[in-house]
Design a protein around this ligand. Sequence first.
Ligand code: UDP
Length: 468
Amino acid sequence: MLPYPLQGHVIPFTNLAIKLASNGFTITFINTESIHHQISKAKGRPVGQDVFSEARKSGLDIRYATVSDGFPVGFDRSGNHDQFFEGILHVFSAHVDEIVGNLVREDPTINSIIVDTFYVWGSVIADKYELVNISFFTEPALVFTLYYHVELLRKNGHFASRENRADAIDYIPGVKSIMPSDLMSYFQDKDDISTIVHQIIHKAFEDVKKADFIICNTIQEFEEETVSSLHQKQPFYSIGPIFAPGFTKSCAFTSLWSESDCNQWLNAKPNGSVLYVSFGSYAHTTKHEIDEVANGLLLSGVNFIWVLRPDIVSSDETDILPIGYEDRVKDRGLVVPWCCQVEVISHPAVGGFLTHCGWNSILESIRCGVPLICYPLLTDQFTNRKLVVDDLKIGINLCDKKSILSRNGVLEKINYLMGGKKSEEIKEQVKKVREILDDAMATDGSSVANFNRFVKDLETKIAEIKKD
Ligand code: UDP
């Protein structure tokens, strides 16, 4: 299994490894050296220890290896985004080829490879070593299908034309209608549509067409038509949400930053009174955005925990918050660089989540019955917002456009979600959607059935290959 070297991919991949190993598979999990070092540092563990040592003690057969992504471990990947992704596109596959070749020679019983859908070389490596090619998509099926059908968007003038059309998109199979402003950020660009990420997306979604199986971290009931339309094209399985077996307790390490303990602070707060604020692991914001959110939180008077990654604005900006902010907030707010998010939002004191709309965060919030205020920043987050606000109706928009973000707007939305009566409907709806998620994960639920079907189909495919 090879996850993309980003927090939001490493977490579901690790949880999937545990799930597959719990179902009798032998797994070899390959993290990049950089991810491995970062996890070890965050946990204060020697780099020699692997992230699955606890899982192995409980009897799971998960082996562990690391591979170079082409850069020195100390290289600032977040601060040199494009250079890093150039390396991922052009250099990384040579390292992967070498390690997979070695592993397959050492252990000829290895028969399949699970790669992140955003890798461009899954089919090449799978063909070379005669492995079953499984693509794991960690985002929703709606995002998958929009990337998959980029040619339709292009042909109809909604993407990559001089003046992109601004009307509704109603021709993507399995998607009734979606506005261009709900597309992933890369499809909203008019000027520069050949960035490194565009190149990766185009190549990756050509390559995924050659995958034997596609597994997706979504729930069938959330995106019924999209999923069934994709299934007509290729074997596509909705097996999400892929959480750690104990949800808040995992037998493997995944966190890239050291986690601040928020429990004591939360224990002293009334139920449902705390707004949790996080923009995830990857997105950057401007100082202006931080200022407006900070002041909105201050004006609102609500209790809050705010995860502010040290690199949220940029790697060399240290004074992110307004001067004297923490003194003005006093005990009402807790600002931390990183935390165990699932633990925090599971706490009864948490009553809302101001989120950038990362898909893992959304699934986790539903699992905890916590309604959302949405502030998408880039990539799939705009499309995920549509699912949350328009389709599932479990959240509200922070503002319609990033350019009009203001402290008074932030105040208004926080008051709406956290202020009782007005948000009753959303809170009721979150409970209903949580039931759908719980049902999908139950013994007779859709995600369990789809996972079992995937395992059965995979075993049939492996048997066929062996016969040849
Ligand atoms: N996360 C965490 N601690 C934090 C912030 C985030 O453990 O302080 C986890 C969160 O639970 C989620 C992942 O990091 O599983 C972020 O993934 P998501 O898809 O939400 O956003 P991304 O970081 O990929 O933009």
